[in-house]
Design a protein around this ligand. Structure first.
Ligand SMILES: C[S@@+](CC[C@H](N)C(=O)[O-])C[C@H]1O[C@@H](n2cnc3c(N)ncnc32)[C@H](O)[C@@H]1O
Length: 250
C-alpha cells in the first residue's frame, strides 16, 4: 500500500465489476453462493455465533454474503493484497486477513473451533499435494459435524461426459447473457489503469498472481484427499455442468 486510503465507493464499484467478470465464467455464481449459504446456515442452525473461514476470498464476494446470511464471524483469507484491499474497503465491517494457504500460520489468523470453511473458485489454484495439507489443516480446526464447502469447476474424468458438462456450462452462460462480460485479463488491465487504485496500491500489489488455470482435480479426487484428511462424508450437493458445490463433513 502507498499510504493513501481507498475510497469505499470506488472499492464497491470494483467489487461489482469483479462479480460481473467472475459471472462470465460462472453464470450461476449467485445461486452457487446461495447454495453454500444454505449448507452453512443448516450446519450452524443451533450455533449462536458461528465461526466460518472463507479460503481464497478475493474481494470478499462470498464473505460478505455469508455474514449477512449466518451472522457470527466470517473471516476472509487471501494471498492477494490488492483483492484483499478491495474487500476491506468495500466491506469495512468484515474481517479479512492476508494469508497464503500454502504457507504456515494462517489457521491461527481465524482462531477457535470452526463451524465451516467455505471457498469459491480458489482451491483449484493449489497443487494437489499442498491442497492435501490445506484439507488436513481445515479438518484440524472444524468441530465434529462442521463442514468444508467448496464451489468450483471440477474436472469430469470421463471424456464424453466432460465434453457434455462443458457444453452445458457454455450453453448456460449463453442463455444467461454473460458471455460478453469483461474477462479476467481485461479486468486486471482496467484496474491497473485506474488512478483511484494506482495511488493506493503498488504495481507489485496489483500484479495478478495467477491465470486461474488449475490443478485439474475431479470431484472423486477431491473426495480422496478430503477423506484422507479426516472428513467422514464427501459429496456434491449442487451441480450445473462442471460447476460443483462439494461438501465434506468432519
Ligand atoms: C478466482 S479468485 C476467487 C475469489 C473469490 N473466492 C470469489 O469467488 O470471487 C481466486 C482467489 O484465490 C486466491 N488464492 C489463490 N491461491 C491462494 C493461496 N495459496 N492462498 C490464499 N489465496 C489464494 C487468489 O488470490 C484469488 O483471490
Amino acid at each position: 500500500m502507498t499510504g493513501s486510503t481507498l475510497d469505499h465507493d470506488v472499492a464497491l464499484e470494483w467489487v461489482r465489476r469483479w462479480d460481473a467478470q467472475q459471472e462470465r465464467y460462472i453464470a450461476d455464481r449467485e445461486e452457487r453462493f446461495r447454495v453454500i449459504g444454505d449448507v452453512v446456515a443448516h450446519v450452524c442452525r443451533d450455533v449462536t455465533a458461528p465461526l466460518v473461514a472463507d479460503l481464497g476470498c478475493g474481494p470478499g464476494s462470498l464473505t460478505t454474503r455469508l455474514r449477512g446470511r449466518v451472522g457470527g464471524r466470517v473471516v476472509g483469507l487471501d494471498a492477494d493484497p490488492f483483492l484483499l484491499g478491495l474487500a476491506k474497503a468495500a466491506d469495512p465491517e468484515g474481517e479479512y486477513e492476508h494469508a497464503d494457504l500454502t504457507g504456515s500460520g494462517w489457521l491461527d489468523l481465524v482462531g477457535g473451533s470452526w463451524d465451516a470453511a467455505v471457498s469459491t473458485t480458489a482451491l483449484h489454484w493449489i497443487a494437489p499435494e499442498r491442497l492435501a495439507e490445506v484439507y488436513r489443516a481445515v479438518a484440524s480446526r472444524l468441530r465434529p459435524g462442521g463442514v468444508l464447502v467448496n464451489g468450483d469447476h471440477l474436472r469430469e474424468e470421463q471424456p464424453a461426459l466432460r465434453t457434455l458438462a462443458e457444453h452445458v456450462r457454455d450453453e448456460r452462460a449463453r442463455r444467461a447473457g454473460v458471455v460478453g462480460n469483461e474477462d479476467w485479463r481485461a479486468w486486471w488491465e482496467a484496474a491497473r489503469a485506474d488512478e483511484r487504485l494506482t495511488t493506493v496500491f503498488t504495481e507489485e500489489e496489483m500484479a495478478a498472481k495467477g491465470s486461474g488455470h488449475g490443478n485439474g482435480l475431479s470431484a472423486r479426487q477431491h473426495g480422496e484427499l478430503l477423506r484422507a484428511a479426516g472428513f467422514s462424508e464427501v459429496g456434491t450437493v449442487w451441480q450445473h455442468g462442471d460447476d460443483h458445490v462439494l461438501v465434506a463433513v468432519r
